[in-house]
Design a protein around this ligand. Sequence first.
Ligand code: ADP
Ligand code: MG
Length: 229
Amino acid sequence: MSDKNIIQITNLTKIYGDGVLIKALDNINLTIERGEFMAIVGPSGSGKSTLLNMIGILDTPTHGTIILDGVDITQASEKKRSKMRNQKLGFIFQYHHLLPDFNAAENVMMPLLINGIKPANARAKAHKMLEEVGLSERISHRPRQLSGGENQRVAIARALANSPDIVIGDELTGNLDSKTSEKIYELLRKLNKEHNQTFILVTHDERMAEKTERIIRLVDGKITEDKTT
Ligand code: ADP
Ligand code: MG
């Protein structure tokens, strides 16, 4: 595998259920290069979240392989998978997953502390990340003191704090109005360019998908389109 391919997915199938079987992913083949800024689109139930969860090492496939940065995560031990998840991946959650009793800086510090970074260094990194998302003036604010768009920026700073190679988000602007969503996508694009991290964003919003460089379309668990925008 070429080093520029950060993700190589081969013949990936996911079947759910033990009585009635649901083929959520049906023989997916997909190569993603380092630094790509892409979207996965498709109707509800088409397998978008399932595919993203496989890439995020949150679930395991029924058949097929996924190679992340040279490591076959479908064959790796649970210990190795967990290490990869913590070190290589950044998950942008919807902002309501922020911890309400902690301020912006503390929310961003959390994954760093979990990864064993010293509190002083974690705080410095959190401040830097909040500055990058335009929230220098809001580091001591708690989620309820911030707007939806601001909280989504905190969630982005949190996902990027560990400098992950791969950043993933599932419907991350789902609760925001379209103008705020657009700003969030512009911010993600800026961060993608500056850090050369790979961004994979699931959305059902075609307008947001058009803001990325590559759109993968899923229908019934199959890729029906792979276009460069
Ligand atoms: P999307 O994110 O595109 O809306 P999903 O990946 O969530 O689609 O789901 C794809 C299909 O797999 C759907 O039919 C869904 O009902 C089914 N599915 C998803 N997760 C599970 C699960 N944990 N157990 C059983 N079926 C599931
Ligand atoms: Mg989904």
